[in-house]
Design a protein. Structure first.
Length: 414
């Protein structure tokens, strides 16, 4: 199916210009990424309220990451087949419901259901992954690179806004009110999603790529060595990001860094990721994407080694946040672009969704191991070291990726 087939019809939706699509998609990415990036600031106040250890939060947020990943291919397949709008609406409702249940969670099980199950599946339906899919389908090729970078950067801007905003809400009104405010904001995704709605897939008329079935697309992708390497490397991204997002605020507090400073560290990650994501969105049209990915993973490893090797101060913490931010979601534009380059956009949401499963399995392990290791050893050091190891391995794994479309047979006339 061509890009023009998926573009808004002039008479019906002329208001959906490329600029409107990008702005509304970026707003959705901003909103959906904000609350989850602030989850770490609820660990201490909720732990004090209910006498929960960090392993309780680690499990709930690990379940969130895992179900976000497992739900992404399903959400992507539904969006590819029936359009993204209905998936976005259901995702936003689940996300808001999960935040409300988290506010009233008085047992670890209710926390697992709210913060884990509902928010996890909600993110699968309304996060920046589907926004990037809509951009790939609705925008012409010459606009996609920068739009993918902008969509990723918008998620980071949500992190920049929501981290200090969440800390301020907790300090002034309590963690319960903060969660309810977050839930109300998630409902704004519903009207915004009208701008990035994609039409249902129509029966293909010509072209092998368009005739490709769901099963054939999966078999082709997982039989392609470069796709498998890309998926394996993406595991590390999820491990590192989820561990830092959830456990870095508590790690800093253990070293005498105030919650306000911790909020600005997370905000610095979001702010500098805007620069990193936009820069990578621009660079990926000029440099091999595999080299960009390899460099990102290697720099992350070096930054982590430097951060844990010296005493933590407010300055070093914010500096670590800034460097991490430059590399934070910068993996997403080249990863998503490589999927589109290899296999086209027909099953993009599905194939990128499966790559994202690997990302979120890494996220599950990063969050869960962080809580378990800390409760067992009183230190996060083993997990930091594992993060460095994974970073170096992923830097090597991405180097052999071949950046070209998969070879396909050309349809022959009857």
């Amino acid at each position: 199916m061509s890009t023009t087939d998926l573009s808004p019809a002039p008479g019906r939706a002329s208001w959906r210009t490329p600029l409107v699509i990008i702005i509304c998609g970026c707003a959705i990415a901003l909103l959906s990424f904000g609350p989850r990036s602030s989850a770490g600031f609820f660990i201490k106040p909720m732990g004090q309220e209910y006498a929960w250890g960090r392993d309780v939060f680690g499990l709930a947020l690990a379940v969130q990451n895992l179900l976000w990943g497992l739900g992404q291919p399903l959400a992507g397949a539904i969006a590819d087949r029936f359009g993204v709008l209905r998936v976005m609406i259901v995702g936003a409702l689940l996300y808001a419901g999960g935040l409300v249940l988290m506010r009233y969670a008085a047992t670890p099980l209710s926390l697992d259901i709210g913060a884990g199950v509902l928010i996890g599946f909600g993110l699968a339906g309304c996060s920046f992954n589907l926004v990037l899919s809509a951009f790939s389908k609705l925008l012409p090729p010459e606009r996609r690179g920068l739009a993918l970078g902008a969509g990723t950067a918008a998620g980071s801007f949500g992190q920049f806004l929501f981290a200090p905003f969440g800390v301020a809400l907790i300090d002034n009104f309590g963690w319960q009110a903060a969660l309810m405010v977050f839930a109300g904001l998630m409902l704004l995704i519903i009207p915004l999603s009208l701008a990035i709605a994609t039409p249902p897939a129509l029966p293909a008329k010509t072209g092998v790529a368009d005739q490709q079935s769901f099963q054939t697309a999966l078999a082709e992708a997982f039989g392609h060595r470069s796709y498998v390497l890309l998926v394996l490397g993406f595991f590390t991204c999820g491990f590192q990001l989820a561990f830092i997002t959830v456990h870095l605020p508590a790690y800093l507090a253990d070293r005498g860094i105030t919650a306000q400073t911790g909020g600005w560290v997370i905000a610095a990650i979001g702010l500098f990721n805007i620069i990193g994501s936009l820069s990578v969105g621009w660079l990926q049209n000029r440099l091999p994407k595999r080299y960009i990915l390899s460099a990102i993973y290697f720099v992350r490893a070096l930054a982590t080694v430097a951060f844990i090797s010296f005493p933590v101060t407010p300055i070093s913490a914010i500096l670590f946040g800034a460097i991490s931010g430059l590399m934070w979601l910068s993996t997403v534009p080249p990863t998503s672009a490589l999927v589109a380059l290899m296999f086209g956009t027909r099953w993009f949401s599905t194939l990128y969704g499966f790559a994202f499963v690997s990302h979120q399995v890494g996220g599950f392990l990063g969050v869960w191991l962080g809580g378990v290791v800390f409760e067992g050893f009183g230190s996060y050091t083993p997990v930091w070291c594992l993060s460095v190891l994974f970073g170096v391995l992923s830097a090597l794994i991405n180097l052999p990726i071949v950046e070209k479309p998969v070879p396909r047979a050309i349809a022959q006339p009857a």
